[in-house]
Write a protein that binds this ligand. Sequence first.
Ligand code: ADP
Length: 314
Amino acid sequence: MLAPATPPAYAIEARGLQKTYPGQGKAGPTHALKGIDLAIPRGSFFGLLGPNGAGKSTFINTLGGLVTKSGGSVAIWGRDLDRDTRNARGAIGIVPQEINIDPFFTPAEAMEIQAGYYGVPKGERRTEEILRAVGLWDKRDAYARTLSGGMKRRLLVAKAMVHSPPVLVLDEPTAGVDVELRKQLWDYVRSLHAQGVTIVLTTHYLEEAQELCDTIAIINRGQVIACEPTPQLIGRLDRKTLVVTPQAPVAPPLGGFEDVTFAMRPNGAFTLTYKTSEHSVEALLDRVRTAGVAIKDLSIEEPDLEDVFVELTR
Ligand code: ADP
């Protein structure tokens, strides 16, 4: 692993990053990144979320050198991408969205080729250790074209780790991967994170981001619209839902709840969605009893990332 004298505060630091794709034919240019400022703390498990076309892939491809930025600066592990390109690139491993594995090589061969590409000396290669970790050691001598989609994805992660980068970026790594394999993939990524690798993840699975990421940035139309610790981001929604299961069926609408959102559930429970800054559970429960409802069961539902996401990208 790269070990600079003082590890940088940020694994990735983008300042005013811009990308404009030239227009083709009659279509005008696309401003895919409109001045992205993003500081990804070293050691974080960082989620990059945004709707389709937000600029996530453009951002990641800029880090990987597949896209040439139009403006701004990027440092990876403290190394400027323009001035110290080699070391900046050496500090990052990128798992691409597209499966780009040569079907005629075996996983073992693919790993050796990738290690050669990064100039990892033979004695320092970790092919066996990495292939074991991603559950592909048994398949090391099988042609890649015989691997399942999930296995190919795991091989991409393995390839991204050959040069032991301190930063691993995964671009939509679990799209189309079944639940069991997804779990295996995350177990491995989590173990890398536990060893100190900074993980940057883009995903459409908000639940996955909520579960895995300690910090989340949301980008929309080429701009960062939020970047916060996950609990803080979710806490932005000043809203909770009280779910009440009554002893006996209630007939809606229930009077006295005009200032909150009342709704029925198919199972006979009713919900009161309220602003936490304006109502207390205590007061709401008093009102439920005053309305003559005997309570059989109660629960409180908190907003999740999906709600925040919808709210922010609306
Ligand atoms: P995301 O990964 O968040 O879905 P992208 O980075 O792929 O977003 O795309 C951002 C914007 O840039 C979109 O409007 C997309 O159409 C445009 N874009 C992406 N790649 C190219 C390209 N190679 N040429 C022209 N426009 C592009």
